[in-house]
Design a protein around this ligand. Structure first.
Ligand code: BGC
Length: 757
C-alpha cells in the first residue's frame, strides 16, 4: 500500500472512530480556510499572551490533534522511499504539517532557507530572489542589512505559501572546508549571532516562523549523520553555543532545528544537555525544537530529551513521533504533560509570530515585488564585497582603461550560488532555473546554479572601455587576451554545497593555474572570487587586485560591477580568517572518514575548544593569509579618542571615526577585548562592532557596548559566566591583527545572571 493510500484510509476510518484515542492524526482535517466556518475560542483572542492562548487551546485539543502538530512530512515526491507528497503541502518544498480546521489551527508550511525561498530538486522550480550567501551578509557587518534581507525573503516565503522558513544557519566556521559555510555567519560568536539574529527577526516580521539551525556543533558535512563531536562544556558555551544564544536573544526564532550529528555521544536531537538544559532551561527558549530531516532516532528518548517535533517524514527510519509516540504516552514512557509541552511549544511559536491572525492564502507569488527585492539583495551584495588587495590602485577601474579582458566564471551570464537544500532557483532564469546547464553534480547537492546577473553586462553599462570575454578553459588563450588588454579580470569560482566538504582550500578546476597564466601576461590582473568560504591564493603576489564577492545573489553581477567601476566604495570586512594553508588548521584533514559508515567516527573539538578561527591563529602564533575583520576601501578611515568604562557588568566603549579620504564610504568600528593577564581561550575576542556611513572628511562619535559574556568565561562547576577581576585591554583596529589603539580598564570580579529570553 502506498503511503498516500495509507493516509487516505486512515482519514476515512477516523470519521467513524473519532473517540479512538490510539488512532493516527486526521491528515485531511485541514480544510481550506475559505470553506471553514470561523472558529471561536479564547485562544483566538490576540490580546492574550501566547502562554494564555496556548493553555486555552491545549485544554480543548484531543490527543490526536496534539500528535498531529508534532509530526512533519516532507512535501516533495521522494522516489527512493516511494513517497508521494502529502496533500496540502506546497510542491517541491521542505515540509508540511496539517493544521486542525475545527480549532482554526493553521497548517505549518515549511520552506528552506536562509538566502531565499528554495525549491527541492524539480524540473520546474519556483524562481525567487536570492540574497547573497549568509557568509556574505556577515561580511557587511551590518545588522540592519541582515534584517532587511530577512524581511525581504520572509515576504517571498509568505507570498509563496509558506509560514515556516528554515533559515537562521548559525554554525560557526570551525572548519573552512565545511561545504555549508556559505549558509552561516562566520567564525565569531558575536558577529554570527548578531547578523543571523537580525536576519531571523526580519523573516519573522512577516508573521511567519523562522528556525535557528543546526543546533549544534554541526560544523562539517563529512559523516554528518552520525559523527560524534567531542567538546568540553565551557569551550562550547564560549563558542558555538554563544553564537546560538546571541542569535536566539536577538531574533527570537519560533523554532530551533537540532542537527544530524552526535554531541558527546548523544544525537543532537536526543541530547538532554543541548535541548533541555542549555536551550530550554538556561536560555529560556519557549518555542519548539524540530529535527533536521532524518535526524530523529527514537521516540521516548528523543521526546524526553527535548525534541518537540519530528520533521520530514519519510527521512527517518521510522515515524517515531506518530503512533509510536501515542503508544509511548499510553504506556507512560512519555508523559501526557510532555506531549502537551511539545504541542504547546508549537502553538506558542505560532501565537508569538501571528500565524493565527495572518493566515496564508496559498500561492500568491504573482504579487511579489521583484524589482523592489532586487534592490534589497543588491544593497546587501554591495556591502558584502570585501576588497582584499588593491596594488597601485588598480581599482576602481580608471577612466583611462580602454580595454578589459573578462575571463571565466561564466561572468558573461551570471554569478554562482551555493548548492543543497538552501538552493534558491533564481528569479529571471528560464523555467528550469538554469542559465548555465549541466554544471556540477546532476543530483543533490547539485545542480550548480548561476544567478542571471552578469557582471560583464553590468560593467558594460558603467564603462566606455571595450570588454572582451573568454571562458578561461584554455589558460594560454586567456593569457593572450589579457596581454592585449589594459586590465584583466578573472572571475574565479569555488562551488560548495550541502552534504560534502572540500578536500582542500584551493580553487577547483586548475583555476590557480589560469590566474597565474593571466597574471603573468598582465600586471593589472584583478581576481574576483565567487566562493563558499576561504580559499588559498598561491598567486596572490602576482595579481594587482582581489575582490571577494562570495555568492552574491540575484543582483550580484550588478553589485560586483558597481564596485569595480567605483560606483560603490567597498565596505565589507572578512567574517572569517583565510588560512595561509590547511597546515594552519586544527585538523589537517577533515575528520570522519568519508567512506567509513561505521557508527562512531568522531571529531575532536577539545583540540581547538573555543579558539575558533582568528582565536586559534593568534593563540598558535600563526599568520593567516587574511585576518578576520580585514577589508580595504577606496577611501581611508582613522580612529581616535578610544575610551572605555565599566557599565553594568559589561563595558561602554566610545571612539571617533573619521573618513580621511576623498570618497564617501562606510567604516566598521571593531572593538576587541582581552584580559591583560591572559587566561582566555585565545589572546583576544571581538567585543563589539558598529558600521557607520561617513562622507568624505566627515567624523562621527560611536558608542558601543561590550556584552559581559564576552568579558567572562563559563564556569561549569557553578553553572555561570564569571568575570575575573583585573585589568582588561580594550582595543580598536582594522582587523584582529591590526590594532590601532588600546586603553585599559579595571573590572571587578563578577558572576553574571543566567540569560532568560
Ligand atoms: C538540511 C536542513 C534543511 C532540511 C530541509 C536538511 O538536509 O540539513 O538545513 O532545512 O534538509 O530541506
Amino acid at each position: 500500500m502506498s503511503v498516500k493510500h495509507h493516509l487516505l484510509l486512515s482519514t476515512a476510518l477516523l470519521m467513524t472512530t473519532l473517540t479512538y484515542v490510539g488512532f493516527r492524526p486526521a491528515l485531511a482535517a485541514d480544510a481550506p480556510a475559505a470553506t471553514t466556518a470561523p472558529v471561536t475560542g479564547p485562544w483566538q483572542d490576540a490580546a492574550q499572551s501566547p502562554e494564555a492562548r496556548t493553555a486555552a487551546l491545549l485544554k480543548v485539543m484531543t490527543r490526536e490533534e496534539k500528535l498531529q502538530l508534532v509530526f512533519g512530512y516532507f512535501s516533495t515526491d521522494f522516489k527512493p522511499k516511494a513517497y508521494t507528497r502529502i496533500e496540502g503541502g506546497m510542491a517541491d518544498s521542505a515540509g508540511y504539517i496539517p493544521g486542525v480546521a475545527r480549532l482554526g489551527i493553521p497548517a505549518q508550511s515549511q520552506t528552506d532557507a536562509g538566502v531565499g525561498v528554495a525549491t527541492q530538486a524539480s524540473p520546474t522550480p519556483r524562481l525567487r530572489t536570492a540574497l547573497p550567501s549568509g557568509l556574505a551578509t556577515a561580511a557587511t557587518w551590518n545588522p540592519e542589512m541582515a534584517f532587511a534581507g530577512g524581511a525581504m525573503i520572509g515576504d517571498e516565503a509568505r507570498r509563496s505559501g509558506f509560514n515556516v522558513q528554515l533559515a537562521g544557519g548559525t554554525n560557526l566556521m570551525r572548519e573552512p572546508r565545511n561545504g555549508r559555510n556559505f549558509e552561516y555567519g562566520g567564525e565569531d560568536p558575536l558577529l554570527a549571532g548578531t547578523i543571523v539574529g537580525h536576519a531571523i527577526k526580519g523573516i519573522q516580521s512577516n508573521n511567519i516562523i523562522s528556525t535557528l539551525k543546526h543546533y549544534a556543533f554541526n560544523d562539517q558535512e563529512t559523516s554528518r549523520n552520525f559523527i560524534d563531536v567531542k567538546v568540553d562544556e565551557a569551550a562550547g558555551r564560549q563558542s558555538d553555543l554563544l553564537a546560538f544564544e546571541i542569535a536566539l536573544e536577538t531574533g527570537k526564532p519560533g523554532s530551533v532545528m537540532c542537527s544530524y550529528n552526535r554531541v558527546n555521544g548523544a544525537y543532537a536531537c536526543e541530547n538532554d544537555w543541548l535541548l533541555n538544559q542549555v536551550l530550554k532551561k538556561d536560555w529560556g527558549f519557549k518555542g519548539f525544537v524540530m529535527s533536521d530531516w532524518g535526524a530523529t532516532h527514537s521516540t521516548a528518548p528523543a521526546a524526553n530529551a527535548g525534541l518537540d517535533q519530528q520533521s520530514g517524514y519519510p527521512f527517518d527510519k521510522s515515524p517515531y513521533f506518530k503512533d509510536a509516540l501515542d503508544e509511548a504516552v499510553n504506556n507512560g514512557h512519555v508523559s501526557a504533560a510532555r506531549l502537551d509541552d511539545m504541542a504547546g511549544r508549537v502553538l506558542h511559536a505560532m501565537f508569538a509570530n501571528g500565524l493565527f491572525e495572518h493566515p496564508l492564502n496559498g500561492d500568491q507569488a504573482a504579487t511579489i515585488d521583484y524589482a523592489a527585492h532586487a534592490k534589497v539583495t543588491q544593497a546587501d551584495a554591495e556591502e558584502a564585497i570585501v576588497l582584499l588587495k588593491n596594488k597601485g590602485d588598480v581599482l576602481p577601474l580608471a577612466k583611462t582603461v580602454k580595454t578589459i579582458a573578462i575571463i571565466g566564471g561564466h561572468a558573461d551570464v551570471g554569478v554562482l550560488s551555493g548548492g543543497g537544500s538552501a538552493q534558491v532557483y533564481p528569479y529571471g532564469a528560464p523555467t528550469n532555473g538554469l542559465i548555465v546547464p549541466n554544471e556540477g553534480p546532476a543530483s543533490f547537492p547539485g545542480p550548480m546554479v548561476y544567478d542571471p546577473s552578469s557582471p560583464l553586462k553590468a560593467l558594460e553599462g558603467l564603462t566606455q572601455a571595450k570588454i572582451t570575454y573568454i571562458d578561461g578553459k584554455d589558460p594560454k588563450a586567456a593569457a593572450k587576451l589579457a596581454a592585449g588588454s589594459d586590465v584583466a579580470i578573472v572571475f574565479a569560482t569555488q562551488w560548495t554545497g550541502e552534504g560534502q566538504d572540500t578536500i582542500d582550500l584551493n580553487l577547483p578546476n586548475d583555476q590557480d593555474a589560469l590566474i597565474k597564466a593571466v597574471a603573468g601576461a598582465n600586471k593589472k590582473t584583478v581576481v574576483v572570487l565567487e566562493n563558499g568560504g576561504p580559499v588559498v591564493m598561491p598567486w596572490l603576489d602576482q595579481v594587482a587586485g582581489v575582490v571577494d564577492a562570495w555568492y552574491p545573489g540575484t543582483s550580484g553581477g550588478e553589485a560586483i560591477a558597481r564596485v569595480l567601476a567605483g560606483e560603490v566604495t567597498p565596505s565589507g570586512h572578512l567574517p572569517v580568517s583565510f588560512p595561509a594553508s590547511v597546515d594552519q588548521l586544527p585538523r589537517k584533514v577533515v575528520d570522519g572518514d568519508r567512506k567509513d559508515k561505521a557508527e562512531h567516527p568522531h571529531v575532536d573539538y577539545t583540540i581547538d575548544g573555543a579558539a575558533i578561527g582568528y582565536k586559534w591563529y593568534e593563540k598558535k602564533g600563526l599568520k593567516p593569509l587574511f585576518p578576520f575583520g580585514y577589508g580595504l576601501s577606496y577611501t581611508t578611515f582613522a580612529t581616535s579618542d578610544l575610551a572605555a568604562a565599566p557599565e553594568g557588568k559589561g563595558l561602554k566603549v566610545s571612539l571617533a571615526l573619521r573618513n580621511t579620504g576623498a570618497r564617501d564610504g562606510k567604516a566598521v568600528a571593531q572593538v576587541y577585548v582581552a584580559p591583560a593577564a591572559g587566561g582566555w581561550e585565545a589572546p583576544k575576542r571581538l567585543g563589539a562592532f558598529h558600521k557607520v556611513a561617513l562622507k568624505a572628511g566627515e567624523s562621527q562619535n560611536v558608542s558601543l557596548t561590550v556584552d559581559p559574556r564576552l568579558l567572562a568565561t563559563y564556569d561549569v562547576a557553578t553553572h555561570a559566566w564569571k568575570i575575573k577581576g583585573g585589568d582588561y585591554k580594550v582595543m580598536t583596529g582594522t582587523s584582529y591583527q591590526d590594532i590601532t589603539s588600546t586603553v585599559t580598564v579595571h573590572l571587578p570580579d563578577a558572576t553574571l545572571p543566567a540569560a532568560v529570553q
